[in-house]
Design a protein around this ligand. Structure first.
Ligand SMILES: Nc1ncnc2c1ncn2[C@@H]1O[C@H](COP(=O)(O)OP(=O)(O)OP(=O)(O)O)[C@@H](O)[C@H]1O
Length: 213
């Protein structure tokens, strides 16, 4: 279980965005996180993905406290939690090919991974893997970002408006990819979205930030 307990966090001193929020994402579960713009959905996703350190409260991974790690997160913990953002372009190095982008987390750990298999999983052809970000569509780049997040076989995945920029067929394709991981590998997913219809189809249950206090 990936959990946050009584998390208080914000960007300006004395102005918490989340004030005592608790959430549990179980293995094999897709938890939808809905709610109005500015309510702190992305902030909570970033806290769970260890990109933002809470002012107080606790973040735990399968029972172990991981609240204090952030940049010094041990590789095994870092590997366990993936994140995919709404906008793929700022999330990649424009000099890299899609193959390099997908391989990035594996190379960083000196691990070998089957890039062709990951590309196949997200529906990218071998030819697309040779291109750079400016030579592919947003949807194709987002497929590469999803493959990069899945490469270390994370136990939990935060999808922060992963499909908000994409058309209906690419959205459905990427959701199918993540859903297969949930069913076959037990990957727990926090699916953050404005799209209530999407969450209704995808998530096992849906909560809003205001319900988590
Ligand atoms: N880097 C930042 N610096 C300062 N304030 C920020 C930063 N990121 C978010 N905020 C503020 O924190 C609050 C919550 O933002 P957050 O992006 O978590 O909400 P959200 O529910 O995901 O919104 P949206 O649905 O519009 O993406 C907002 O008031 C926002 O302006």
């Amino acid at each position: 279980m990936l959990s946050a307990r009584d998390v208080v966090v914000g960007y300006r001193r004395g102005e918490p965005v989340l004030d005592g929020v608790s959430i549990d994402v179980s293995a094999g579960e897709v938890l939808g996180l809905a709610g109005p713009s500015g309510s702190g959905k992305s902030t909570l996703g970033r806290v769970l993905a260890l990109l933002h350190r809470p002012w107080s409260g606790r973040v735990s991974l399968d029972g172990g406290d991981i609240s204090g790690f952030r940049h010094r997160t041990p590789p095994e913990t870092r590997k366990a939690i993936g994140i995919v953002f709404q906008h793929p372009r700022p999330a990649v190095d424009p000099r890299f090919t899609l193959r390099d982008i997908i391989a990035e987390p594996l190379l960083a750990r000196g691990e070998a991974g089957d890039i062709a298999e990951l590309a196949d999983e997200v529906g990218l052809t071998a030819e697309l893997l040779t291109r750079r970000p400016h030579e592919v569509s947003d949807g194709q780049l987002q497929r590469a970002c999803l493959a990069r997040a899945l490469a270390p076989q994370p136990r939990y995945l935060v999808c922060d408006e992963m499909t908000a920029m994409l058309d209906a067929s690419t959205t459905a394709a990427l959701v199918r990819v993540v859903d297969r991981r949930t069913r076959e590998n037990g990957t727990g997913v926090l699916a953050i979205s404005h799209d209530e219809a999407l969450l209704e189809r995808w998530a096992h249950r849906v909560v809003s930030v205001s319900e988590l206090i």
